[in-house]
Every structure is written in C-alpha cells, then in structure tokens.
Design a protein around this ligand. Structure first.
Ligand SMILES: [Zn+2]
Length: 255
C-alpha cells in the first residue's frame, strides 16, 4: 500500500470527477455506508481498501487425480480511491496473500485474514507514509458467491435453511421464486446475534443445527475492523453472467 501511495502517478490516478448531481450514486463516497464510516467522516481522503479473494488451480488439472492438489487461494488488494478507469490496471492491484487451499481447509479463512486485518487496523489509526499520516479503511471484500460466503463466515454449501448472505429467504422460497422485500434482508445486528447464539450453544449438535438454520458458520475476522461483512460483500458482477444477460433480454432490457 505504501508503494501504491508513493507511486508518482498516485495523485493523478486518484482524482476523479463525480456527477454534478449529488443524488447520483456514482461512487462509494456518495452512499450511506461512506457517511456512516467514522474513519471516512474524520478523514475524507482516507484510503478505501477493497479486497478480493478467489481460488485457482496452479497447474493443468487434466485428470481428476491431479485436480485440487495444487489449488491456491489468493487475496488481492486495490483502492476504491483510484478513478474507475485505472481499477482494472494490474499496477493498481496488489497481492496480499497466496495460500494453499489445503491450509485454508485446515485452519479456516480467518487464519488467512488475521494479518491483513491487523495491518488494516493500524491504517485506521494512521500510518506514516512519505512524511504524511495516512489513514485507511476497508470498504468491501469482493469475490464470487463461494469466496464471499467463505470470507464472511456464511455457510458455503448453499443448502442451508437460509442459504443467501443478503436475505433471510429459505432454500424453498429461493427455489420457487420469491419477491424480496426490504424487511427480508439480513442485518448486521441479526448476524451478530445469530453468531453469538452459535458460539454459545450448549452442545456441538445444537451449534450445528443453528448454523444450518441461519446459514452462518463463524464470526468473520473482518468484523474486527470498522467494517461489517453484512454490508461489505457485494454481489459478483452480473454483466458477465450469460444467464443473467439472457434473462434481461427476455424481459425486454438489451445490454
Ligand atoms: Zn437473497
């Protein structure tokens, strides 16, 4: 991050123009979560970190025998401060951690997130970079559904009673199709209460039953920051999803 900030083009790349109409939501800083973030309120120019987590196969897995053996999990970092034009540029993306998937399986994702969370925590209190006290906060962790559920402590099999990280719909409701109302959305308070219930369950069996009921497994390490996974795991981009594009076309929206 220090090297990103010291980059000669950093100033230029982080200057962006917003829509003159302040009601147009054309960036994180225009939204409710930015308003509620204490670090951004105190330091409007703070670094807005975005993490990205995904698995990949490090060698050609042509046979089922080899598949999974060389699987690695990678955690990347970019800054929302960069103008959207530069965000796809490799220079603006840094590798934070590279971990064997078998390690994640054995020790859990929180073991991987522990160190980056400690570093981001320091940034919340300010870190001297280039003679300046630089502040920063985490605003989102991106990934596909599996990666997002893993990072957030949600159940990964998508067969829990409530399998969706965004709403409280049951598996049956999702399968049969249901219109989601705002009252059905999960909240950070509900997440904390349900996780506490799981942690305090009298027996392992009760903990497992509650876990399946709520679709939650464990408290995410990320919540140790001024960040809550319930508000910070945005859905994966739909524009790449052929099925979604086909659906939009079907209902008359051409993209
Ligand atoms: Zn949902």
């Amino acid at each position: 991050m220090q090297r990103l900030v010291q980059h000669p083009d950093f100033e230029k790349m982080t200057q962006r123009e917003y829509d003159p109409d302040p009601n147009v939501l054309d960036g994180f800083m225009r939204g409710e979560f930015a308003e509620r973030n204490q670090i951004l309120r105190d330091h409007p120019h703070a670094l807005r970190s975005v993490l990205y987590w995904d698995d990949f196969e490090a060698c050609m897995a042509l046979s089922s025998h080899a598949s999974g053996k060389q699987k690695l999990g990678a955690l990347y970092l970019t800054l929302d401060n960069f103008d959207p034009r530069y965000r796809g540029n490799l220079d603006t993306i840094s590798l934070v951690a590279l971990v064997r998937s078998s390690y994640v399986k054995e020790h859990g994702i929180n073991a991987v997130l522990k160190r980056p969370v400690e570093d981001l925590k320091k940034l919340g209190d300010g870190v001297m970079m280039n003679g300046k006290n630089v502040f920063g906060t985490l605003i989102a962790v991106e990934g596909d559904n599996l990666a997002s559920h893993e990072c957030g402590g949600y159940k990964c099999g998508f067969t829990a009673h409530k399998p969706c990280r965004t709403c409280n719909c049951t598996l049956e409701e999702i399968r049969s199709g249901v219109e989601v109302k705002e009252s059905m959305l999960r909240t950070s308070r509900q997440y904390d209460e349900q996780i506490t219930e799981i942690e305090n369950a009298r027996t392992q069996k009760i903990a497992e039953e509650k876990s399946k009921e709520y679709g939650l497994v464990q408290r995410s390490e990320l919540n140790k920051l001024s960040f809550h996974v319930q508000n910070g795991l945005p859905p994966a981009k739909f524009s790449n999803n052929a099925k979604f594009v086909a659906y939009l076309r079907k209902i008359g929206i051409d993209i």
